[in-house]
Each structure stands twice: as C-alpha cells, then as structure tokens.
Design a protein around this ligand. Structure first.
Ligand SMILES: O=C(O)CCC(=O)C(=O)O
Ligand SMILES: [Fe+2]
Length: 280
C-alpha cells in the first residue's frame, strides 16, 4: 500500500495497520500532529511512518510526547539496551559495539507487550524504528485482537464474559534470564475488555501457560487455542521492514510477534515504550 498523508488516512475505513508519509521529521511534529496520529492509531491499531530514521534519543523524546516512557530492567529487555539510554531496547541481534549475538530468537510467539503489568497499567504503545534490515526474514506479524472479538461466535463470546488470564512473568520465555528481583508480581487480566480510547471491545490474550479461567473458575481452554482460532478467522498482517520505518503499535487492540527466519543475518530495531494512563 502506498503511504498516505495523515489527514487522508483519517478518512480511511478501519484496517489493521496504515502506512503514512509525513513531511516534517518526527522531532518537528507539533502537538496537534501527535493528536492526529493518536486518533489514527486508535482507529487502525498500527501506524507505519515511512522514511523516518531516528536516533535512539529522538525515539525516546518522541515516545515521551505520547505517554510515560518505560525503562525496563535489563533482564526484561534482552539485556541489550542502548548504552546510557535504557528506555531503548535493541531488538534483533546486534550489540551496541556492533558485534552479532548468534542464534538470536526473541518474541517469536503472539503477545501483547506489557501484559505482565496490572490491568490499567498495560496500555502500552510500542515505537519501533528500523535501523538494519536482514537480507532474509525478520518480519513482524500483527494480529487484530479487536476484530478477533468481533468475529467471536456464540457460545464463545458469552462464555468468555468475566473470564481471566493470569500472567506469571517468570514463565515468559523471553524473561528466562531475568533476575528474580527484576520480575514483576503475577497479574490477572480480563479476556474481554473495552478499549480506553475507542470503547470498542477486544480480546486480550497474554502469554500464559495457566490457560483461560471462566467466571465460575472453570477452565475455558488454552490461550494458544483462542489465538489460533482468531488467527484463522481474521488473518494476520506481516510487516516487511524497510530501513527508516517507524512503527507505532497499540498493544491493547493488536497482538504482535517476530516472524523469525533471519538466522544470523544482522537485524536491528530500536524499541521504546510509553504508557498511556487509561481515562477513568
Ligand atoms: O522482533 C520482532 O519483530 C518483534 C519484537 C517484539 O515483540 C517487540 O519488540 O516487542
Ligand atoms: Fe513484543
């Protein structure tokens, strides 16, 4: 899809992910531009702003205009953060000194970033800036969890009312090397929730081995089975990165995953996260 100017994109019907071409550089955007982008993000779930290479500092400052920037402990950030700027995680396989981390595998399963924070604290936006694109693989997948709710048939829909999923950070595979003090406590999320900006219902399907508990405490099924059936119904969008892409994603209405397949080809994305306080 050809990238659109932001105002034209506002007239587009909802679709998962939209490509934008912005004239000013990201650091030069005004407050009203950010408001417009937030509206677009609330509608489309993912924005890809093309041709916007940014430094780690610029990415941090841009994210800070949307919400409170999150600084993760190293053990929750691949132990590969930008030196002197721990809010920037270096996603991929390149260390700050340029050396390659062999056989890197990260986040190659469907998830919402921030699902280990308590409900109300998990409205997390990701800002991913593509620095180095591997010659093979390395795409990122997106799954529309709002549409997944809309496509949910009875009796599943009512069966999931009041259902919850427990997230144990210690069981998240990417956090296996985290020190115990870096791991947040267990949290429980409702599977059905109303998005704080759009008020649309969506599914929230965090990574959890404990499965989905119905309102009456009975086991509903595994999270993987609901993700799998959602994926079959709504499909996925696979983003093939170009250098300079700046992708913003709303972790409440979209799931994502690394699609892998880049072996030891160099791949680097800068990632920053900002928390939006949910309006009450
Ligand atoms: O590597 C990817 O494509 C996705 C990584 C990811 O899940 C993240 O940065 O939050
Ligand atoms: Fe992620």
């Amino acid at each position: 899809m050809k990238p659109l100017p932001a105002l034209a994109a506002l007239r587009q019907p909802r679709q998962l992910g939209i490509r934008l071409q912005l004239d000013p550089r990201i650091p030069d955007l005004g407050d009203e531009d950010i408001q417009l982008l937030l509206k677009l993000l609330a509608r489309h779930g993912v924005l890809c702003i093309v041709n916007q290479p940014v430094s780690p500092r610029e990415l941090h400052e841009f994210a800070a205009r949307w919400g409170a920037v999150i600084e993760l402990p190293a053990g929750l950030a691949l132990a590969n953060q930008e030196p002197g700027l721990p809010s920037i995680t270096r996603v991929g396989n390149i260390r700050p000194d340029g050396s390659l981390i062999p056989s890197m595998r990260f986040a190659e399963y469907w998830h919402h970033d921030g699902d280990f924070w308590a409900s109300g604290q998990n409205f997390i936006l990701n800002f991913l800036s593509s620095v180095q694109v591997p010659t093979v693989g390395g795409h990122t997948g997106f799954l529309d969890s709002r549409r997944a709710y809309e496509r949910l048939e009875e009796p599943h829909r009512s069966g999931l009312e009041g259902a919850t999923i427990t997230v144990r950070a210690s069981q998240i595979s990417d956090f296996k090397k985290a020190a115990p003090h870096e791991l947040p406590p267990d949290v429980q999320h409702p599977v059905l929730f109303s998005h704080p900006l759009t008020r649309q219902l969506a599914l929230y399907l965090p990574d959890s081995s404990t499965g989905i508990q119905k309102k009456d405490g009975q086991f509903w099924g595994t999270v993987e089975s609901l993700i799998e059936s959602s994926q079959q119904k709504v499909g996925i969008v696979e983003h093939a990165w170009a250098e300079g892409d700046l992708v913003i994603m709303d972790n409440l209405q979209v799931m994502h995953r690394g699609m892998g397949g880049y072996g030891d080809h160099p791949r680097l994305l800068y990632r920053c996260q900002a928390r939006i306080q949910s309006p009450r």
